[in-house]
Design a protein around this ligand. Structure first.
Ligand code: DAH
Length: 342
């Protein structure tokens, strides 16, 4: 037993003095002392020579020794990796490794642009559900059952409950905001909408819109025009011209569609504007008194304007996307092209 203790003391001194300058030397240490044919293993083998009544004590001593060697190994390992990385192997002047970052979706990019312009005019942002009931998508918007204008939009109905539809426009969110009963309202409502259309390069069964709504006392058509004019100037530059064409929407009276001078050809005529020099970008109008009444807002006290625009088309024009389907196919080669775009 004393012999064993002396031996261990000697080994401890020897091990204590070991230094390692690199990972290779650390590994040599591990093999020599802790490997399957290493010192610790062979000393453990000496247990069999210890008298039975001292086995317990000897076991403890050997275990302590083993731990001592392991701690030394860990210390050497930590020191060698640290020193290698700080002293020699790191060149701090090298540029950092690239790591892949995602990209924003072009539809999201366009939505954010639109939203940020209106936010500067004090519009807040709201969202509503994509599965709507008939009342919010149609009824409250002055489209009662069997109204012919319902055919303007090919609706997806939920099979188990024909009162539910996939919303055909974001105008449904107008109703949800007005129902809350907090006035005035100055709100922008972006979101996805659905229509039963054949999927092609130019139309899809789902797409995105941004709805705008402003309700207060004394809101006039002049406010509508000024607001939208501000928007297009911010969006397409100060030289852009706008024109309003009379139109029909059941939920606005009067209604209009707004065109801007073609931002591809500047108004000279190209195939985007079908040689007219104008591109239609949104529908708008003064909120119909029936719509206000449907939401318990007094149309004699309050007036308002609303507008709705698609997001995909301006995005296609801005980014030169020729096929609407690319937006929803999740092809990373397409999406990667928008890395870094804001
Ligand atoms: N909801 C209409 C559509 O999807 C767009 C629209 C037109 C919205 C006029 C409006 C509006 O708020 O006033 O075609």
């Amino acid at each position: 037993m004393t012999e064993l203790l002396e031996k261990l003391d000697a080994y401890k001194k020897e091990i204590d003095a070991v230094t390692a300058e690199n990972e290779k030397q650390v590994e040599e240490f591990r093999i020599k002392y802790l490997g399957t044919k290493g010192l610790v293993k062979s000393i453990m083998g000496e247990m069999k020579n210890v008298a039975p009544e001292r086995k317990k004590e000897a076991g403890q001593i050997l275990n302590e020794f083993k731990q001592f060697v392991e701690t030394k190994y860990e210390t050497l390992k930590a020191a060698s990796t640290n020193s290698e990385h700080t002293a020699s192997s790191i060149d701090l002047s090298l540029p950092a490794d690239d790591f892949p970052i995602g990209s924003r979706h072009p539809v999201a990019l366009m939505r954010n642009r639109i939203v940020s312009i209106f936010q500067r005019l004090g519009f807040a942002v709201a969202e509503g559900p994509e599965i709507e009931d008939d009342w919010h998508n149609f009824g409250a918007l002055n489209l009662p059952a069997h109204h012919p204008a319902r055919d303007m939009q090919d609706t997806f109905y939920v099979q188990t409950n024909p009162d539910w539809v996939l919303r055909t426009h974001t105008s449904s969110v107008q109703i949800r905001e007005m129902e809350k009963g907090k006035l005035p309202i100055r709100m922008l409502m972006p979101g996805r909408v659905y229509r039963n259309e054949t999927v092609s390069a130019r139309s899809h069964c789902f797409f995105h819109q941004v709805e705008g709504l402003y309700i207060d006392e004394n809101v006039s058509f002049a406010d509508l025009k000024q607001t939208l004019y501000f928007f297009v100037k911010e969006m397409y530059g100060k030289d852009v011209k706008v024109r309003f064409r009379p139109s029909y929407f059941p939920f606005t009276e009067p209604s209009a569609e707004m065109d801007v001078t073609c931002f591809i050809c500047g108004g000279d005529g190209c195939n985007i504007c079908k040689k007219t020099g104008w591109v239609e970008i949104l529908g708008c109008g003064m909120v119909h008194p029936n719509v206000l009444s449907n939401c318990n807002i007094d149309p004699n006290k309050y007036t308002g304007f609303a507008f709705g625009m698609g997001i995909e088309r301006p995005a296609m024009l801005k980014y030169g996307v020729k096929d609407l389907r690319l937006f929803s196919e999740n092809d990373v080669r397409f999406l990667k092209q928008f890395t870094g775009a804001i």
